[in-house]
Every structure is written in structure tokens, then in C-alpha cells.
Design a protein. Structure first.
Length: 156
């Protein structure tokens, strides 16, 4: 991708992020209406689609956006590189990176912590979208701030 293309993609992303943040009603109860989420993913990724299905089954209104440069979205959202996964989502003014369970996203939206978002780095087996039989690996959902500070949000 050319530099101009990356700048256009990043600019478009920042506009979309601004719209998502502006559209999120401050202090509105989560049960009032389904949370709207936009997910940026590779068009050929099956586990991303499975995670989107998981989120929809749990009441989220999801718009999927295919892109060949998901890393640019992650960089613009300031996701710490150690937490990168295969897709990046935006909901209620927060970033959701990777295979985070719907219940944890809802918890974040209800609690409104002062963080940029939450993430499951990598692709742990057994996390939503990464199911493989009965195997479930242990993994942490991490919260992160814009300056890159991370800490455990919840353990699975």
C-alpha cells in the first residue's frame, strides 16, 4: 500500500472512530439498546467471522469492515503491539482487540473504566471464535491505556 493509501486509510479510520465516540450516549444504560460495534478484519479470516457471530449472539449490532491492512487500524487506535490479534473492534468509545468474550465487553461498557480498551493478545484456543473441541487454554483479557500501560482486566 502506498503512503497516500495508508494516510487515507488512517484518516478514514480516525473519522469513523470519532463518529463512534460521538454516537455513544454518555451514561446511557447498556440494556437500553444493543451496543453498536464496528470490526476491522482481514476478508479471509474465519476466526474473525466466528467472533463476530459470537458478539451478535450476545446482542451486539456488528458492522464488519474488511481491510488488507488491519495493522494500520491497530496502530491508529494505539493498541500495544504485544496485544495484537487478528481483528480490532470499536464500541462505545473503546477499542476491543482480538477474541474478547462478549461478557467482558459488556462489563467494560457497564463499568466505563478509564482505559482505551481491552484485548486478548494472540489467538488462544477456546476463546470466542477460536473454539476447537473441548480444549480451552487459559488466557487474560488485558485493559490498556493510550500510553501503552496494561493490566489484567479478567482471567479465563
Amino acid at each position: 500500500m502506498t503512503r497516500a493509501g495508508r494516510v487515507t486509510l488512517a484518516s478514514g479510520f480516525l473519522v469513523a472512530l470519532g463518529v463512534l465516540v460521538a454516537a455513544a450516549p454518555a451514561g446511557a444504560p447498556a440494556a437500553q439498546s444493543p451496543a453498536r460495534m464496528t470490526v476491522y478484519k482481514d476478508p479471509n479470516c474465519g476466526c474473525c467471522s466466528a467472533w463476530i457471530d459470537h458478539m451478535r449472539r450476545h446482542g451486539f449490532q456488528v458492522t464488519a469492515r474488511d481491510t488488507s491492512d488491519v495493522a494500520a487500524i491497530k496502530r491508529a487506535a494505539r493498541v500495544p503491539q504485544t496485544l495484537y490479534s487478528c481483528h480490532t473492534a470499536f464500541v462505545g468509545g473503546y477499542v476491543v482487540e482480538g477474541h474478547v468474550p462478549a461478557g467482558d465487553v459488556q462489563r467494560m461498557l457497564n463499568q466505563k473504566p478509564r482505559v482505551a480498551g481491552i484485548a486478548v493478545g494472540g489467538m488462544p484456543i477456546g476463546s470466542p471464535g477460536m473454539e476447537q473441541g473441548n480444549r480451552v487454554d487459559r488466557y487474560d483479557v488485558m485493559e490498556f491505556t493510550r500510553d501503552g500501560t496494561t493490566r489484567v482486566f479478567v482471567r479465563h
